[in-house]
Design a protein around this ligand. Structure first.
Ligand SMILES: Cc1cc2nc3c(=O)[nH]c(=O)nc-3n(C[C@H](O)[C@H](O)[C@H](O)COP(=O)(O)OP(=O)(O)OC[C@H]3O[C@@H](n4cnc5c(N)ncnc54)[C@H](O)[C@@H]3O)c2cc1C
Length: 819
């Protein structure tokens, strides 16, 4: 056994072995993998082997696509068959919302190049002759289906062995019956991993421990939000009808998913495998996997299976005539949002996670590919935000993760509406004015554990979302909130913002080296600044305000607390010249905006608020009502005259009441996140995470004015220089979409030129309530970015016309902001 390696992968399931394979393929061959038992002994050996390309996430969709392509190549490359049955994959729809979901997915599939077909019931019957098309209340009529012709199922153990062969051929080593039991940092900054077979020192460690993620994470001080849930499938005996069909020359049937009844069905040795996602499946091993579990399974729970068996038997009557051979009930790793954890761990250097996989057979190829890229190149090749382990924060308590994971599991097949807000694990984190907003009719959503008011139901209106892919019950109320902000004055509670304090003699120089913009040199100035990847993509967006000579206030998205905090912390200079403090939970934030906002705030403060004393894009430390030490920033995300008030959190309730008291004569009201979305779209304001991602540089995002190429070195500068030389390939655009009746763009819609060629993608969209226009923002090839260009946009299966608008269709001169 080697005692020193460059990378040590811990865990010999399909995910760990794929990571090893991809590291080796990238030329890092001084690497090893340890497995406490035998390869595949975790969840991999009993997986059903399905490889669904379908995924609503732009990132996960790309990982799955890579996997399916890789698995097809592997046998030729390694000489090891992987039993990949390219049967195709059929997802049934029995109602319009489900069809909308598929059509929404088709937009994502188009933008990442996954081939699919939306097919008619007749074609379903043609592809799947043993199916009942239905038409009764119990078995509703199939109205269409989504068909992926190129995926299917695979033998997970064979796949793992092929990856092992590929990794070993390139020089990687694998040690079975070797368990990692403790971790220590060496004085040289490497990791000494204690194992049951002796110590191994490694520069990098990768945790790919499946069901053991929490207990292995704990050894490193990490609270990994991955807890498995029970998942079962039934293996049926041979089916006479299936045998007859195959004997008559029928091809292997596509994997069938009746999403509305929450099960999948595939052929298995002339019989069937039926896998439901049931209600009531319990989370397991929240406190660790007991020693006795090993390669075991749980006893089958027939009661949970019965409703799905009955539904499947009605849809495929052939099931009635075959007996049950076996029930497989195993732990399947889950995370609170159902996506895996792929990328760096937080707070510890050179520790990488490839954990939390619920579709690990499907995701193993893609996750290994991108994690290897990240370790070797320093960053991934695609936008990995949706799977970055740091998208979760310290709020992921055991009970939160258990509740969320059970909820995510039972909702695998429910319709994923773009505005869905699930109920479990809530409320976790609330702003101090939570009760006050409740009293004003808040309809809540949750992000990063925080309760956020999406909209406010006026008196007499039901406080409930009717989720939809189309305009729905809250449309009118969101419109009223948006107009309130544009015409009078509104308040948005943005307490969840991530807030850091950066201090010390080295603060300015250090911040300057991290972002593309110039850090403000004068006290009271602020700068919208972007931290870039080395490839020049946008990794973070910070509003940096200079509070004092050596004191900067750095604000970023609420969901980026750990993502940005970890980045800043790891980038700190070693000489102690910079102090960094996360003050997210010590300051609250209210946005006070609208033409009357000056008059409202003036009643609470003696600080002059006129344009000469307090110009747009400046900040002052003021008193407001009874609150002291309020950072008032004359900036906002809605494009109105106004201030963001960042105050010591203990003043939240008093300040809130004072604002509403002062605002009463002006008709002040609360504004929720959805109205903010509408308002920011009208101003072409880009949102970090959806519009600003590592996939695009600030030049592509048309944020040229926030890049100071002349200021000296910063991360990403060289890549930007190269891009300027070569020409910027894409440009950010704002689009008006014509002819929309009830389905506005929401992001991930493909954009087409006049000839029907795909030339870009929308990254966000919403109805602009004040402009009364359906709007989208996104990226197109540069030659299509001129205002006035006509493009096509595909929304829920319909091709609509769109026109590129001049940036900021509402108030392009920013007159409101400067008022
Ligand atoms: C019933 C069922 C059906 C499924 N069907 C599908 C499907 O059809 N398609 C699909 O994509 N996914 C499916 N899955 C999910 C899939 O099985 C998992 O996502 C996948 O196997 C995860 O692989 P992994 O490598 O992350 O974890 P695992 O396979 O669990 O491997 C982790 C390994 O780490 C080892 N380990 C843990 N701690 C240590 C340590 N300290 N030192 C050394 N080694 C350690 C373990 O022994 C284990 O071998 C299914 C799951 C279940 C339960």
């Amino acid at each position: 056994m080697k005692t020193h390696v460059r990378v040590l992968v811990i865990g010999g399931g399909v995910v760990g072995v794929s990571t090893l394979y991809h590291l080796a393929r990238k030329g890092w061959t001084d690497i090893a993998l340890i497995e406490r038992s035998e390869l595949t002994a975790g969840s991999t050996w009993h997986a059903a082997g399905l490889l669904p390309l379908f995924n609503m996430s732009y990132t996960v969709g790309q990982l799955h696509k890579y996997s399916v392509d890789l698995y097809k190549r592997l046998p030729a490359e390694t000489g090891q068959d992987v039993s990949f049955h390219v049967t195709g994959n059929l997802r049934l729809a029995t109602n319009r919302d489900r069809m909308d979901e598929y059509q929404k997915y088709c937009g994502t599939a188009n933008t990442i190049g996954v081939p699919f077909e939306v097919i008619t019931p007749a074609r379903v019957k043609e592809l799947w002759p043993l199916i009942e098309l239905g038409g009764s209340p119990e078995t509703p009529a199939i109205i269409g289906a989504l068909y992926h012709p190129h995926d299917g199922h695979i033998a997970p153990a064979d796949l793992t062995m092929a990856l092992r062969k590929g990794a070993r051929a390139a020089g990687a080593e694998i040690y079975e019956h070797t368990e990692a039991t403790a971790f220590e940092r060496t004085p040289a900054g490497e990791w000494k991993v204690r194992t049951t077979q002796g110590d191994i020192v490694a520069q990098h460690i990768v945790l790919a421990t499946g069901n053991y993620a929490r207990q292995v994470g704990k050894l490193l001080g990490l609270n990994v939000p991955a807890i498995p849930v029970e998942h079962q499938y039934i293996v049926y005996d041979e089916s006479p009808e299936l045998m007859a069909y195959r004997k008559a020359g029928g091809r292997e049937l596509a994997v069938l998913r009746e999403s509305d009844k929450s099960y999948y069905l595939r052929e298995e040795r002339m019989g069937w495998i039926l896998g439901p996602y049931e209600k009531g499946a319990p989370a397991r091993f929240a406190d660790g996997v007991p020693d006795w579990f090993g390669r075991s399974l749980f006893p089958g729970d027939l009661d949970r299976l019965v409703p799905h068996v009955e539904a499947a038997t009605r849809r495929v009557p052939a099931l009635e005539n075959c007996g049950i051979k076996d029930i497989v009930n195993g732990p399947i790793s889950y995370t609170p949002d159902g996506s895996p954890l792929i990328g760096p761990a937080w707070g510890v250097p050179n520790v990488w996670l490839n954990e939390g996989h619920s579709f690990g057979i499907t995701a193993a190829g893609g996750s290994g590919w991108q994690l290897a890229e990240w370790i070797v190149e320093g960053e991934p090749g695609i936008d990995m935000l949706a799977v970055d382990p740091r998208r979760f924060g310290a709020y992921t308590s055991k009970r939160y993760v258990v509740q969320k994971n059970e909820e995510t599991y039972r909702n695998v097949f429910t319709i994923h509406y773009p505005d869905e807000e699930r109920a479990d694990g809530r409320p976790a984190k609330t702003s101090p004015v939570y009760d006050k907003l409740n009293a004003r009719g808040a309809v809540w959503g949750q992000r990063y554990g925080w309760e956020r008011a999406n909209w406010f139901a006026p008196a007499g209106v039901e406080r409930k979302d009717r989720w939809s892919f189309r305009r729905t019950n809250y449309f009118e109320h969101v419109g009223n909130e948006a107009r309130l902000m544009r015409e009078r004055v509104g308040v948005i509670d943005l307490t969840p913002f991530t807030k850091h304090e950066v201090t010390g003699p080295g603060a300015e120089g250090w911040l300057d080296s991290l972002v593309a913009n110039k850090v403000p040199s004068r006290i009271g100035r602020m700068a919208l600044s972007h931290a870039l990847t080395r490839r020049g993509g946008i990794r973070s967006e910070f509003t940096i305000t200079r509070i004092a000579a050596e004191h900067f206030y750095v604000v970023s998205a609420g969901a980026a607390e750990r993502y940005d905090g970890d980045y800043l912390e790891k980038a700190l200079p070693a000489d102690g010249s910079v102090g960094l403090r996360n003050i997210t939970n010590t300051r609250g934030t209210f946005v006070l905006a609208g033409p009357k906002s000056r008059e409202v705030l003036a009643q609470l403060t003696d600080s002059p608020l006129d344009n000469a004393s307090f110009p747009w894009l400046t900040a002052q430390v003021i008193e407001a009502g009874l609150a002291v030490d309020v950072y008032a920033l004359r900036v906002n995300f809605v494009g109105a005259l106004g201030w963001e008030l960042h105050f010591p959190i203990e003043y939240a309730q008093g300040l809130f009441d004072a604002l509403f008291e002062a605002g009463k004569p002006h008709g002040i009201g609360m504004v929720g996140m959805r109205a903010m979305e509408s308002l920011r779209m009208e101003k072409s304001y880009r949102m970090w995470g959806s519009d600003l991602t590592p996939d695009y540089t600030p030049f592509e995002a048309s944020l040229d004015r926030f890049v100071r190429m002349s200021k000296g070195p910063f991360i990403g500068r060289e890549a930007l220089e190269k891009q300027l030389e070569a020409g910027v390939p894409n440009r950010f655009v704002t689009l008006e979409v014509h002819g929309v009746t009830d389905a506005d763009p929401l992001g991930n819609e493909p954009l087409f030129d006049a000839g029907g060629r795909m030339v870009g993608r929308a990254t966000s969209g919403y109805y602009g309530h004040c402009l009364q226009k359906s709007l989208a923002i996104g990226y197109v090839r540069t030659e299509h970015a001129e205002p006035g260009t006509r493009l096509g946009i595909q929304i829920l299966g319909e091709r609509k016309q769109a026109t590129v608008l001049r940036e900021s269709p509402y108030d392009p001169e920013n007159l409101d902001l400067r008022a």
